[in-house]
Design a protein. Structure first.
Length: 291
């Protein structure tokens, strides 16, 4: 089953009277890139959460945001540094005395001194907190993956429709190819006859025909293209991450169809080649979103 790299997941829960929200966003990327953002006091969770995400998701740019709030102020408390505050005020009075300037210290002046207030974090059981956080994260991952699977089903339908068009166009090329070489040979005969006003030397002419037929023959390219189509279809049913493999097959298809157009030297075949290239490009754009 195809899985997209585009998804969103959200889960909520509570831990030690804290309200926790986990949001996950995923977009396409060549590799697996994981970014976890937590409040400062939960920085120790970033590595284990990244590891857990890595064990469930194979490819994509993953952004995970952890938001925590507490109505009971259980996370942290501000504590006044009283000795430093007394020292600060004493210094202000001393400056006032020396300069004969009336001391006017506002609350804003005090709060602008970061050392006067210290943020003391509540004592938490880190191991228990990690277990609970992973449980909430797991729900967000499940929602994200469900969205990715649904997106994958939609992309699969796009692939099926466009592959059907490619197969039809390839069938037209196969029919035209059967007539292409005889037409070129007949055209060559007419041109030589006009130039020589006589029938050409059979041996030399036959050698030229063999070279021309070999140059115009695209049967091998058609066979390889069929093989790539079959492999592509097989990968669509795989449970593994196949995005990079599909992209490689599309490159090979594009190479084969380009060779067909160059070798055939046939305007009708070229029209179908252009149509197939357009479909390949449309599929390639969607493949960039597949894990």
């Amino acid at each position: 089953m195809l899985t997209s790299m585009t998804g969103f997941g959200k889960a909520e829960g509570s831990i030690h009277e804290m309200s926790v929200t986990v949001e996950m966003k995923s977009v396409n990327s060549r590799y697996l890139e994981i970014f976890v953002a937590t409040p400062k006091f939960l920085n120790f969770l970033e590595e284990p959460l990244q590891k857990y995400i890595r064990s469930h998701i194979r490819r994509g740019n993953i952004r995970c945001y952890i938001n925590v709030s507490s109505t009971n102020n259980t996370l942290a408390d501000y504590v006044i540094n009283k000795p430093l505050l007394k020292n600060f005020m004493a210094t202000v009075r001393e400056i006032a005395k020396e300069t004969q300037i009336e001391p006017r210290v506002s609350m804003q002046d005090l709060l602008s001194q970061p050392e006067l207030l210290a943020l003391e974090e509540s004592t938490l059981d880190y191991d228990a907190l990690e277990i609970k956080m992973v449980e909430i994260l797991d729900k967000a991952i499940a929602e994200l993956m469900e969205m990715e699977k649904n997106e994958g089903k939609f992309i699969r339908q796009i692939f099926d429709d466009r592959l059907h068009i490619i197969e039809e166009q390839l069938q037209y090329i196969e029919v035209l190819q059967k007539e292409n070489i005889p037409q070129h040979i007949e055209t060559l005969k007419i041109r030589i006859h006009k130039l020589l006003n006589d029938e050409p030397n059979n041996l030399v002419f036959n050698q030229e025909l063999v070279q021309l037929a070999d140059k115009l023959d695209i049967n091998e390219e058609i066979d390889r293209f069929h093989s790539h189509l079959q492999q592509f279809a097989n990968y669509l049913d795989s449970s593994e991450a196949v995005g990079k493999r599909l992209n490689f097959l599309l490159q090979e298809m594009n190479r084969e169809i380009t060779t067909m157009g160059n070798k055939a030297s046939n305007s009708k075949i070229s029209q179908h080649v252009v149509e197939i290239k357009n479909e390949i490009e449309a599929i390639r754009e969607q493949v960039q979103n597949i894990q």
